[in-house]
Write a protein that binds this ligand. Structure first.
Ligand code: EPU
Length: 388
């Protein structure tokens, strides 16, 4: 098991540059399968999910050239395999995007059930419902999903819940379908807009991405030779904003889209932190004790679940009693038990966590249950053992 040793107590100060969004990049790479030719994706985060995504594409027939650690050129002229390797797809969540992309490209795909962080139950019934509405059949067999269609035909699909993954997956399956698909009650996250922008740059006809209703008019094929840059990661940017506050620091965050963080910014200002936007830069700094608040995680533009744990560290150190209600994932409070080992006073009651603010955290050995919990615990480690 990998470990990080953090000597805390130093305010974080300086500048950081934000790279492309993980949750967009893991959709854009499979989305390239819809292009029978070459495209280059820039601004990719240098993380394992991206490397595994590229390995999966190679197994399907993609030819991949790394231009540098953040850019790949993908030639999808010959996709000859419709069985995605289980040992790779089980390593991360977003392997489910192979379903939509390969249904669109080959009308056939066999892929294992997705892996990913343990956040409680992570059903994909809405993805399957969408594919079936378009005319595909999806069978679950011995831990694998086998999706196929004679043809895909556009229709109106009403999502029972707001799902990022299902919205993107249905968009992927619809781009080359016959006729028009309408996704009602769609998710609105920036990465949904990003995937739509990429596909539109290749000649897809998608309107309404970023709103509740997305309309996709099927086209016969997409254009070749596309170059696209992944949207900046708003969760990474938000993580640095909260790290600045928790450590009593002062950070300038470059290469981001500040408006994607409006919800976090307004909460930070409400509790007494300082935020300034300037074009693609956010400046965040701490100058006084922060106060309590209450937060409820929601789909975009609500407060993101992926910043909940990082915000939890800030509230663990704020004045008074704060509450976080987690509405998206059942098991996203696992980090609170670890923070309590560091001296926090957090009680979880069902979908809510109650934070009695403390003056300081102490160093301790803690365990990260998922990606964002890990980020939160790193912030807590840096904030711990402060002398002033
Ligand atoms: N849901 C269903 N049925 C479905 C799909 C989702 O009931 O078919 C439920 C989920 O159980 C959850 C809610 O709907 O309660 C929202 O799930 P969503 O489908 O939006 O999540 P996702 O697409 O699986 C993505 C991100 C997550 C992020 C969520 C919410 C990727 C690869 N993952 O997951 O990111 O928390 O959206 O914003 O895009 C992370 O980056 O740490 C992470 C977990």
């Amino acid at each position: 098991m990998e470990k990080l040793v953090i000597n805390g107590g130093t305010p974080l100060q300086g500048e950081v540059k934000i790279i492309g969004a993980k949750n967009s990049a893991v959709a854009l790479l499979p989305a390239t399968l819809l292009i029978k030719g070459i495209c280059t994706i820039n601004n990719l985060p240098n993380i394992s999910d991206i490397k595994i995504s590229c390995q999966i594409l190679e197994k399907l027939g993609s030819k991949i050239t790394w231009n540098n650690k953040n850019s790949v050129t993908i030639d999808n002229t010959n996709i000859f395999n419709t069985v995605a390797p289980l040992d790779l797809t089980s390593q991360f969540r977003a392997s489910y995007y192979l379903l939509g992309a390969m249904l669109g490209r080959c009308k056939q795909i066999e892929v294992g059930l997705p892996g990913g962080c343990n956040l409680g139950p992570r059903p994909i019934d809405q993805h399957i419902k969408g594919f079936e509405c378009l005319g595909a059949t999806v069978d679950l067999l011995q831990g694998k999903m086998i999706a196929s269609a004679k043809k895909l035909v556009g229709t109106v699909i009403y999502m029972d819940i707001v799902s990022v993954g299902a919205t993107i997956n249905i968009m992927l399956a619809s781009v080359l379908a016959k006729g028009t698909t309408v996704i009602e009650h769609a998710a609105k996250e920036p990465h949904i807009v990003d995937v739509a922008n990429f596909l539109n740059s290749a000649g897809a006809k998608i309107i309404g991405a970023g709103t509740d209703t997305i309309k996709i008019t099927g086209v016969k094929s997409l254009k070749n030779n596309i170059t696209y840059s992944v949207v900046p990661d708003q969760i990474e940017a938000g993580t640095f904003m909260l790290a600045a506050l928790a450590t009593h620091g002062d950070i300038t965050i470059r290469n981001c889209i500040p408006e994607h963080l409006d919800c976090l910014t307004s909460k930070i200002i409400e509790i007494g932190g300082n935020v300034e936007y300037n074009n693609d830069t956010i400046h965040v700094w701490y100058d006084k004790k922060l106060s309590k608040t209450s937060i409820t995680t929601m789909p975009y533009p609500g407060f993101p679940t992926d910043l909940q744990a990082q915000m939890g560290v800030v509230l663990a150190l704020a004045d008074g009693t704060s509450i976080i209600n987690e509405n998206i994932w059942d098991s996203r409070f696992q980090y609170t038990a670890e923070l309590n080992k560091m001296g926090a006073q957090i009680t979880v009651q069902g979908k809510s966590a109650i934070f009695e603010g403390v003056e300081n955290l102490n160093g301790a050995t803690v365990f990260s249950s998922d990606l964002r919990a890990g980020a939160a615990l790193i912030i807590a480690g840096i904030a711990a053992n402060r002398n002033n």
